[in-house]
Design a protein around this ligand. Sequence first.
Ligand code: NAI
Ligand SMILES: C[N+](C)(C)CC(=O)CC(=O)[O-]
Length: 343
Amino acid sequence: MRTVACVGAGVIGGGWVAHFLARGYRVTAWDPAPDAERRLRDLVDSAWPALTRLGLAEGASTADLTVAPTLAEAVAGADFVQESAPERLELKVDLLAEIDAAAPAHVVVGSSTSGYSMSEMQVRAARPGRLVVGHPFNPPYLVPLVEVVGGAATDAWAVEWASEFYRAAGKSVITMDRELPGFIGNRIQEAAWREALHMVANGEATAEQIDLAMTAGPGLRWAFFGPCLTFHLAGGEGGMAHMLDHFGPSLKSPWTRLESPELTPELRDAMVRETDEVAAGRSNAELIAQRDRRLIAVMRALAEVEAEEAAEAAEAREAEGRSAEARAVGGDREDRAAAQVRA
Ligand SMILES: NC(=O)C1=CN([C@@H]2O[C@H](COP(=O)(O)OP(=O)(O)OC[C@H]3O[C@@H](n4cnc5c(N)ncnc54)[C@H](O)[C@@H]3O)[C@@H](O)[C@H]2O)C=CC1
Ligand SMILES: C[N+](C)(C)CC(=O)CC(=O)[O-]
């Protein structure tokens, strides 16, 4: 497994390219946009310092990227294909059929779609059995999660194979056993996003307040405990059961407005204007560099704490082993003494 083809090389496709290169794969990319190669190489170059800080696979190099002139040439020698074209159903349906026709017959194809089901997308492919969803999170070269799920016509082996491959390529994989609109991660974050849009639409909160509410509040905890474990602790000694009995009824209060708000031109403009204020003049490149440094800082801090916990657990196991041994030796001595008394 050496070569990955990335079809579509925008924000996500380019992020996948950077990830696979950093993991030591050869990558062939294809994107029909005239300026795609320049954009892709810029993205890889801007991601590389973060990836280098995080640790590259042996021999990993940006020189292992080839931008192919055609889709067929990009996928011809691939061991895996990752599709990251625009989120338009018709486009995905046609493109996946084209990839399927051009890629070697045994090769699995993953789609980065953030919402369509593979059942909807695989309908024109001649060999739909090898098509899976592999939904990443931005930027795919740093955020580990990939949600893997097949469609009605996907073979079980392809889902298994893709999950194993992503894992071997350094990702945290959720293999889903059924299709779920929006998968899991987006179901959760879109709920928060709908609430944010409602609050801006109603003039109840600004983009700045919403971002601070998340980064200084729940977001900080969600980096290591998810919403379930976090709320388990909110129930004190009674845990999740007390938490649900205590706060469950308030879920039906008018706090939440989970129907989507009307995305009026006014709401759209307010979101754009207020988010620009939050960005406070920082360019996209500056924001990406800040985001990547912060993500790495959080990942490093967590890795450090996990290593300390693992060392403490190993020490505790060793101490337990030593005292079990001491008890066994003591018991042995007592048995011998008792035998002498009996004799
Ligand atoms: N942007 C995000 O945060 C995330 C996006 N995704 C998914 O990733 C996919 C790509 O989204 P983005 O990278 O954000 O979009 P994007 O607009 O940044 O990139 C799409 C790229 O596809 C290229 N393209 C256009 N037509 C194409 C075709 N027929 N074949 C191949 N490439 C073509 C475009 O030139 C462009 O470079 C979508 O399915 C999206 O839902 C998944 C997770 C997160
Ligand atoms: C905005 N989005 C729905 C395309 C986001 C995702 O799908 C995942 C992410 O990176 O947050």
